[in-house]
Design a protein around this ligand. Structure first.
Ligand SMILES: [Fe+2]
Length: 349
């Protein structure tokens, strides 16, 4: 087991839901209906009291786990209904330049993460070595790579994601790791906190040839359209609902390692900016701030992209099927984005 402490706070009630501290974690809530029931009952109760689950999310530091939601697989609209409670707008992937093979056929607000056709995407590589000295799944950067917050290469960035297991990877594989940006920010050593405070990260969409790996490999970056340009984001954000400060940054694949990773610092994978990013990311992903979710069929998690990062892990793709559904909400990124046009939508004309 990791060195993380376990939540010890008492159970709390939000509407018809009981939220317990998430086991084996220092943040997060385990959500159950007071009288039990499947995903239909959960969605009905959530819609009856629309503040209940969002309040629970913010109280639990931006992470909720709802087990037993398997009815969503037969009625994906349940996931959409639930998502609407967590943001002003649920992204319609059918309208945001997303390749069709990743978009659910009947509910275009669902993005499909799977190794099954047509949405074929392979899992990340295993860390090297695959386990820590204590025979545990590595979580801390840079042993663990791939930490990111969803769509950080857009301004304004999104609010909340919901992630649902239709077909999980085999047991002990294909976990998702989450890290709490509030706790990581609060625990920053004074000198590092002072450096982070006014720092601006340069984020870019994956696959643009500007990642750490691509730059190290000497790849030629692809030409980016105006709506694909790297975007600047503060490294410390104030949460628009709770007012708490949180770290907000990604690593290899979603930062621009040509201009960045940080504005005003020496660029490139071996520059001063990279050194600072490594230091911040290693701090952010310490066991004290991370949680490993082992997926079961019908599990649903809700995570706040404004205050957390996450990473996928390897699974044996050959001979195994895995399918996950994700929705993403937006509309409340905080006052620093007030009135901005959406960076990722091509301008007409
Ligand atoms: Fe993600």
């Amino acid at each position: 087991m990791s060195t993380s402490a376990t939540n010890t706070e008492d159970k709390k009630r939000f509407g018809d839901f009981i939220v317990s501290p998430l086991p084996d974690a220092t943040f997060g809530g385990l959500v159950q209906l007071t009288n039990g029931g499947d995903a239909n009952a959960v969605v009905d109760a959530a819609e009856t009291n629309p503040d209940a689950l969002p309040s629970a999310l913010y109280d639990a530091q931006g992470f909720l786990f709802l087990p037993g939601m398997g009815a969503i697989s037969d009625d994906p609209d349940l996931l959409l209904r639930l998502s609407r409670l967590f943001g002003v707008e649920v992204e319609d992937y059918g309208k945001t330049l997303t390749a069709k093979n990743f978009v659910h056929e009947t509910v275009p607000e669902i993005f499909i993460v799977s190794n099954i056709a047509p949405a074929i995407r392979q899992p990340p590589a295993r860390p090297d070595p695959p386990l820590t000295e204590n025979n545990e799944l590595p979580t801390q950067f840079p042993h663990r790579r791939g930490w990111h917050t969803d769509q950080s290469y857009r301004r304004p960035p999104p609010d909340v994601s919901l992630f649902y297991a239709v077909i999980p990877a085999p047991e002990g594989q294909g976990q998702t790791l989450y890290a709490n940006g509030f706790a990581a920010y609060d625990a920053l050593p004074a000198e590092l906190k002072a450096k982070a405070e006014s720092l601006i990260g340069i984020h870019v969409m994956p696959g643009s040839g500007r990642s750490e790996y691509a730059v190290r490999a000497g790849e030629t970056p692809i030409p980016l359209e105006p709506h694909q340009q790297p975007q600047r984001q503060p490294v410390v954000r104030t949460h628009p609902v709770t007012g708490q400060r949180a770290l907000f940054l990604c690593e290899a694949g979603q930062m621009d390692w040509i201009q960045g990773p940080f504005v005003g610092m020496e660029p490139g994978p071996d520059g001063d900016g990279a050194k600072l990013l490594y230091e911040l990311m290693a701090h952010y992903t310490q066991p004290a701030f991370t949680y490993t979710h082992n997926w079961g069929q019908g599990d649903l998690v809700v995570y706040d992209n404004r205050s957390s990062i996450h990473a996928a892990t390897w699974y044996e793709s050959d001979g195994n099927r895995r399918q996950m559904w994700r929705t993403t909400t937006r509309g409340n990124p905080g006052p620093e984005y007030d009135g901005e046009a959406r960076s990722w939508i091509p301008k007409v004309g």
